[in-house]
Write a protein that binds this ligand. Structure first.
Ligand code: IPE
Ligand code: IPE
Ligand code: MG
Length: 242
């Protein structure tokens, strides 16, 4: 396998990037504002980065918006986040259609409130024919939960005799993950200075390049994305070879 060093263009050869959008709360705290305003600014940063990513020619962008562990937050914060999600889907769907963005959701989003599930399904359907960039939003997503569901799917195939246990291949698992039809993950970015994956894309990140920045998510703009992609462009990817 060949690295991407030397590939030019705004995305430096990256096809699929993912972002752990962290630091909304700290952004608000620093400005003596309520956390909810940090999340609101975070949505504006999402809107901007989705536009920029499309312009840069990325094929896919996966954004961690709500983890399966974020249910541990206080009820009022969860309700603020769900309210913002409702607003975002409604206000941005037209722009997705105009810009050729196909919406996809990873994670067990069917467990969200019924009205949100309806809005999401409608947005997925409306943007299904778009092919400029896939925006995969991770909602009620946890990588362990995703792997568990994939294993259950494969086990069900074994049970009905479609597949022999010995014949289970990595492609069966990869194909049963929520990200099945997305390109391989090239770059995983985390904002806000935390150095952990927080149960995000554990399988998919096997050979992704990792990029951590102290910038808080609401401040993550085009220049920050360019910096991350530039860093990606200077990495030598070896995939275990030499
Ligand atoms: C990320 O910001 C947004 C979500 C997890 C929904 P945080 O809310 O985690 O912000 P910090 O980490 O407390 O600063
Ligand atoms: C990860 O951020 C989840 C999202 C960005 C949606 P968290 O703020 O929930 O992660 P931890 O708790 O610091 O690991
Ligand atoms: Mg956080």
């Amino acid at each position: 396998m060949q690295g991407v060093a030397g590939v030019s263009g705004p995305a430096f050869g990256a096809r699929h990037i993912a972002i752990i959008m962290d630091g909304n709360g700290r952004w608000a705290k620093r400005k003596h504002l309520p956390r909810a305003l940090g999340h609101k600014k975070g949505v504006e940063a999402v809107r901007n980065i989705v536009r920029v990513g499309g312009e840069m020619g990325l094929e896919a962008m996966t954004l961690y918006a709500f983890s399966s562990e974020n249910w541990n937050r206080p009820e009022d914060e969860i309700s603020d986040l769900m309210g913002l999600l409702r607003q975002y889907i409604q206000s941005d769907i037209e722009e997705f259609v105009q810009n050729g963005v196909r919406l996809k959701v990873i994670g067990n989003y069917k467990a969200l409130d019924a009205d949100i599930v309806g809005m999401i399904d409608n947005a997925i359907e409306k943007t299904a024919g778009n092919d400029k960039m896939t925006l995969a939003v991770a909602l009620n997503y946890g990588a362990q939960d995703e792997l568990l569901r994939a294993v259950q799917h494969v086990a069900a195939r074994v049970k009905i005799g479609e597949l022999e246990p010995d014949a289970i291949h990595v492609d069966h698992i990869a194909g049963a993950l929520d990200t099945a039809e997305l390109p391989p993950l090239d770059l995983l970015i985390r904002t806000s200075g935390e150095l952990r994956l927080s149960n995000f894309l554990l399988w998919q990140a096997a050979y992704s390049e990792l990029y951590f920045t102290d910038t808080l998510w609401p401040d993550f703009d085009k220049g920050e994305l360019e910096k991350a992609l530039q860093a990606f462009g200077s990495r030598e990817r070896r995939f275990g070879g030499r």
